[in-house]
Design a protein around this ligand. Structure first.
Ligand code: MRU
Length: 352
């Protein structure tokens, strides 16, 4: 895998993020020092993809600790709570955001209440925890890749949607992590990337990162999969997830559900690759998953160009829900839920 770029990193000056809005044209890294800047970067899709959003939010909490002028632990904790509340308002569907904020909260409670840490120790502990979350995310993605290997025979032509790659995670990727693992295992695989309107994560991001790794990728428009499946040009579908309910229903980028219906019709396996931090065991099924609505501009404009007459309404849900019955298997770092059911998903949960 290429090592000459990264999605996000901690630095003493701030959180360094590759500005994904500018890809593939420009590779620009932003250094964001304040919680507000980090929250806006998440909202504006500088950094996106559920696991990467979680990593960014964790670093946002660590930055809040570093920049806080609090002299007392109680005041620092107030600042951390305020930061957490701001970050939690950025993107409602990606459950990794809330997972990461909760993990950071557990960390500061453990340090402050449990270990009696002072302000300086609390700051250092939260920076270390945020960095750990990032490192563990990459390890988790590699484990997802290894678990998914059995689903990807040599020669597979894999259709994917949006970007569930290194750019959407701490590195390596979930759906694209499986692709990378197959490639590293010596299998010859090719990827069809849906362009993924409206923000074009497939055309811009999936194509960019796979091309950088030398993995063959072809971009198609979002209305081509049905025909290409009918022509026998797709062997399997592999996508990521923003939130998976306890019964295996999957929220992912708008358009994913349509692909699952098409895959069923054509007898093509439909796989979802995601870390356990994307499974929301507290949400019984997909009906309860909040679906983010984004703004008109993402649909009505491309760059400087207006596509839709002024005054004509547009719809802009960012995600849809694929019922578990359309999912052949969910691939996690702890193995597969195949097929996903309440029991098979529950069996993946770490026992505590
Ligand atoms: O709006 P985005 O770009 O954040 O949406 C991303 C997706 O839908 C991904 O498929 C999902 O977050 C999984 S990323 C490993």
């Amino acid at each position: 895998m290429a090592t000459d770029w990264f999605t996000l990193r901690w630095s003493d000056e701030g959180v360094v993020m590759l500005d994904q809005r500018l890809l593939p044209g420009q590779e620009l890294y932003l250094t964001l020092g304040s919680v507000e800047e980090i929250a806006r970067a998440i909202e504006d899709l500088v950094v996106r993809g559920a696991p990467a959003i979680g990593c960014a939010a964790a670093m946002g909490i660590a930055r809040a600790a570093v920049v806080s002028e609090a002299k007392q632990v109680a005041d620092l904790v107030d600042d951390l709570e305020a930061a957490s509340e701001r970050l939690a308002r950025t993107r409602p569907t990606a459950v990794n955001l809330f997972w990461a904020l909760e993990r950071m909260r557990e960390s500061w409670r453990g340090l402050a209440d449990g270990a009696g840490a002072g302000v300086a120790e609390l700051r250092a502990g939260l920076v270390a925890e945020a960095r750990r979350i990032l490192d563990q995310d990459v390890e988790t993605c590699r484990a997802i890749g290894a678990a998914g290997l059995e689903l990807v025979p040599d020669g597979s032509r894999i259709l994917t949607h949006c970007n569930a790659g290194a750019l959407a995670t701490g590195g390596y990727g979930t759906a694209l992590g499986v692709v990378r693992a197959a490639t590293e295992a010596g299998r010859s695989v090719t990827v069809l990337a849906d362009e993924t309107r409206p923000f074009l994560q497939g055309a811009r991001l999936t194509a960019w990162e796979l091309d950088r790794d030398g993995i063959p990728v072809t971009v198609i428009t979002d209305n081509m999969p049905a025909w290409l499946m009918q022509c026998g040009e797709v062997d399997l579908v592999m996508v990521g997830a923003d939130r998976i309910a306890a019964n295996g229903d999957v929220a992912n980028k708008i358009g994913t559900y349509g692909l699952a219906v098409l895959a069923k019709e054509h007898g093509i396996p439909f796989y979802v690759a995601a870390p356990l931090s994307t499974i929301d065991f507290a949400t019984a099924n997909g009906d309860a998953i909040p679906i983010e609505e984004r703004g008109r501009r993402e649909v009505a404009e491309i760059g400087a160009r207006t596509l839709v007459p002024e005054g004509v309404p547009v719809r802009h849900p960012a995600f849809d829900v694929t019922p578990a019955r359309l999912v052949t298997a969910i691939v996690t770092e702890r193995g597969l839920a195949r097929p996903p059911t309440v029991a098979s998903v529950r069996a993946l949960a770490p026992s505590d």
